[in-house]
Structures are given as C-alpha cells and as structure tokens.
Design a protein around this ligand. Structure first.
Ligand SMILES: Cc1cc2nc3c(=O)[nH]c(=O)nc-3n(C[C@H](O)[C@H](O)[C@H](O)COP(=O)(O)OP(=O)(O)OC[C@H]3O[C@@H](n4cnc5c(N)ncnc54)[C@H](O)[C@@H]3O)c2cc1C
Length: 295
C-alpha cells in the first residue's frame, strides 16, 4: 500500500507527511503550487511549480496518470482540494472520504459531522481511497532526508481564467495560518473591520477571519467566513473579538490550539470554550494590545 499526496500549497507537504506517518505508509508527493518542501520525507516529489491552483478539469486529467497504483490519494482539506479530489474520485470511480481527523486503520477513518458535535467512523471499501484530512488531527514530523524532485506538467484546462483576484492583502491563507484574528457583528463596517481586525492580524503576522453575521452584514468579505458553512481553521492562536460563540462558528475553530476571546459580555458563550478570556470593549482592548506589542 502506498499514498500519493496532492499538495496544493507548499505548506500541505508537512500535513501529508504527518498523515502518511499515522498510517505507517510511504508516500509520493505531487506539488501543485510553489516550491516543494524537499525534506518532507516523500519517496519522490513531482512538482508543477505553478503560481495558482489551476481549474479542476485539466488538473484531474493530469493527476489520473500519476496516481495509478496508489492505495490512497490524499490532500489537506480546503475548498480547492475538495473540488479537485471529488472530481478525481468520480473519474477513478472510487470512494471519497472528506475531513478525516484520525485513522483507525488504512480504510477506517473518523470525521466530524453535524457541525463538529458528533464524530462518525467510516469504512471505505475498494481501492483506491480518495480522501481529504484536517492536518490538526495528525502529529507533525521532523524534517526528513531530501527527496528527489521531478517536474510535472498540467494539461491545459477547458476553463479559461479571465481574472484572478487575491483578496487576502498579502496575509497568510486563513486555513494554514498559525495566527488568526477574527471579528464579529460589532465591527460595524468594512473600514472598521480592516483597521481593527486586519490591523491586529498584521501586527501578529496572521490571517483575518470573520463570523457569518459579519459577512452577511457586509462588514467582511465572504472568503473570510469561519465556521460550519465557512472555512475550518486550526491555528496555534485564534483571537475572537466581538464574537458570541455560536455552535456554527465554533465548528470551524475547535481545532485551534489556543482560543482567546475578547467580548464585553461576561456571559457570552465563547468564554465557555476560550482558553483565555478578556471581558472588554474590543475597540479599547485591540488598540491597547497593539500598543503593548509596539505597533
Ligand atoms: C445553517 C447555519 C450556518 C451557519 N454558519 C455559520 C458559520 O459558518 N460561521 C459563523 O460564524 N456563523 C454561522 N452561522 C451564524 C451563527 O448562528 C451566528 O449567528 C453567528 O456566528 C453570530 O455572529 P457574531 O458572533 O458575529 O454575532 P453576535 O451573535 O451578534 O455576537 C456579537 C458579540 O459581540 C459582543 N460585542 C458587541 N459589541 C462589542 C464590543 N464593542 N466589544 C466586545 N464585544 C462586543 C456581544 O456581546 C456579542 O457576544 C450559521 C447559522 C446557520 C443557521
């Protein structure tokens, strides 16, 4: 049995290394964007070296050849990976399991359901198994020997990208960031959100996130939504400012290592799950924190 890991971003390689170690299997890596991490312990790295993740159709037809013979084809969970991996599972006519958080055996996996309130155990039959996993569930491994890197070309897509807009303003990807600062409904408008939440995120070198209430009110852009119907994050530090702590929001942040809540209501539900809580007005607390940090 062997794994082919599809790394959509360079950071995915260490997640795939951890997943393969949990299953005790060797793996090959297909690196789609950026420079490959050659010390991830892969037996071989095929690197496409692209700047952006290409449309799923051309990518899947290119991947079909390189995944032949693998028992598992895996990727870190993200919007892009679910799009591509679902299409790949369809083309290969095999089972797909998403958002795996642990493996009981090479074919039995645990994954959260119902906004993370339940964990189901699923057994995938047949081969290969296509799956996406949440890296927070798998212990990171130290760097390993350098792997051989070969170039890999992606077939042209039938879809033409006419414009690609990067809206993160140079901040790290929300799903990969080690620090995430999120804001909720009290942030009032886009300018306030950007200066208060974006400002603290920049001070800490992190990503900015938002609740659905903030997104629905036009305070924050759609792609920043964290939660059950948004992105799943697992940073070392998650700062929730002016966020009540709804079940749907918590479903997206519960793998965070340390949750810090800033809320002026001492009875806000977020304090029940926060590791550190500050009962304060965020418009006073955040500038004070930035001041202490010297920015
Ligand atoms: C099917 C479904 C899916 C959903 N998916 C998601 C999802 O993916 N993500 C998500 O986030 N939500 C989701 N929601 C919405 C969710 O139920 C909540 O409505 C939402 O998370 C609340 O956002 P909020 O915390 O910003 O707002 P509120 O609940 O209004 O809370 C605002 C908080 O800010 C505090 N506050 C106010 N002013 C200040 C201040 N000056 N300083 C400090 N604190 C202050 C208040 O005390 C309050 O606790 C979903 C809902 C449904 C029904």
């Amino acid at each position: 049995m062997s794994i082919v890991g599809i790394a959509f971003t360079p950071a995915d390689a260490t997640g795939i290394q951890a997943f393969a170690a949990a299953l005790g299997m060797p793996f090959r890596l297909v690196q789609i964007t950026g420079d490959p991490n050659t010390s991830c312990g892969a037996q071989q790295i095929l690197s496409a070296g692209l700047e952006d993740i290409p449309p799923a159709d051309g990518l899947v037809s290119s991947l079909e050849g390189v995944v032949q013979g693998a028992s598992h084809i895996v990727a870190v969970s993200s919007m892009a990976s679910k799009d591509v991996m679902a299409r790949l599972a369809g083309v290969l006519d095999c089972a797909m399991v998403t958002d795996v958080v642990s493996a009981d055996s090479p074919s039995t996996f645990k994954r959260p359901i119902v906004a993370g309130t339940l964990v189901e155990t699923v057994e995938a039959s047949g081969a290969p198994i296509v799956l996406t996993f949440r890296p927070a569930g798998f212990t990171k491994r130290p760097p390993e020997r350098a792997s051989e890197v070969e170039s890999f070309s992606i077939s042209p897509s039938k879809v033409r990208v006419t414009q690609a807009a990067h809206k993160s303003g140079g901040r790290p990807d929300l799903t990969q960031a080690s620090v995430v600062v999120s804001g909720g409904r009290p942030l009032k408008d886009r300018e306030t959100f950007e200066s208060v939440i974006g400002g603290l995120a920049d001070t800490l070198g992190g990503a900015a996130g938002a609740t659905r209430a903030a997104v629905d009110s036009g305070i924050a852009p759609n792609e920043l939504q964290v939660g059950q119907t948004g992105k799943i994050v697992a940073p070392d530090l998650y700062i929730a400012a002016g966020i009540s702590g709804s079940t749907q929001h918590m479903a997206g942040i519960k793998d965070s290592k340390c949750i810090v809540a800033i809320n002026k209501d001492p009875d806000a539900p977020i304090f029940e799950v926060a590791d550190l809580g500050l009962v304060a007005d965020l418009f006073e607390a955040i500038p004070a924190i930035r001041n202490l940090l010297g920015k």
